[in-house]
Design a protein around this ligand. Sequence first.
Ligand SMILES: [Zn+2]
Ligand SMILES: [Zn+2]
Length: 347
Amino acid sequence: MENEVISTKCKNCGSELVFDPKTRCLKCKHCDSNYFLPSKNEDAVLVRQYSENFHPNQLCQFLKAYKCSACGNVYYMSSDEKSKKCMNCGNSSSTLIEDEGYSADGIIPFKITKEEATKKFREYLRTHFNIPRDLKKLAANGKLMGVFVPVWNFSFNVSATYSANATELRKDSGGAYYSISKPVFGDKIQRVKSYDETATSTQDDVLLELFDEDDYADIIPFVPEYTYGYRVDSANKDIHEYYYDITKKAEQKMESKIKKEILSKYKEVSDIDVEAKAEDVFFNFTYVPVYVNTFEYKGKYYKTYVSGTTGKVVGNPPTSFLKKVGTFFKFVALVGLVALIAWLFMK
Ligand SMILES: [Zn+2]
Ligand SMILES: [Zn+2]
């Protein structure tokens, strides 16, 4: 039976609905009823022009915001799920702080299920020999949590003007060199694309390695139903600070590149003046789907991320030096053995 979705609860039995990556429908965990997602919002904004006056409260407001009682992390959920386990520290006690917190403009929905992600994760643990055994055990025991992580993607032009006085060497008709002085000037423009960064301080930027152009091409306007059954991390970094950082960096890079070009082209250069400026800055603010595995090892937290679209895995687990050394000696022993056999055969 397929119905239009009207709330976060099943019309049939009143249980919580969750988004099912397989059918791309909402599914009741209790009675297996399926519900279509509402049709797309055609007026949705996916790309915004950056302005100093931008404030996140200009975004759509949909999600309930909860604050973890243990670590203070704020996260969102669209439904009243019973289990409110914090994705930062694992604590289950939280308080509702906002009924309508703001959400990102776009979302990449989950495409693989938690079971598929868990399989990929186990495979990753099995084939990464440099992860210490006790740590592997801890990771394998932990559960994966489906989390939407907010990400900013920026694109802009850097336009530069330059001027300088240059001395150039020329040859006269008799083959003798002479130098002339001439003004050098001009302008240059370059499009800078996709400086992505997570908009949250609770996840590592390493998770961005999981997503490429193909994934970003799948961004659709945010509809809260896609987040049913998943956590949504809050965007707690300052977008204006981030904007300032990336545009300054791009301007400086452009300036030094032009300076280098002028200096390498002419014999002598004076009064060099280059000025670069970022303009036409656009950004999109999107939720990307990841399954997160968090565990504590020797007093530190480690996270491994599985892409919710492809099942690709990245993580920052510590590697064991002894294990690396062990692998090296095994390799040396193997090479020695092969050499010995070869030598015996040749005799
Ligand atoms: Zn039901
Ligand atoms: Zn917490």
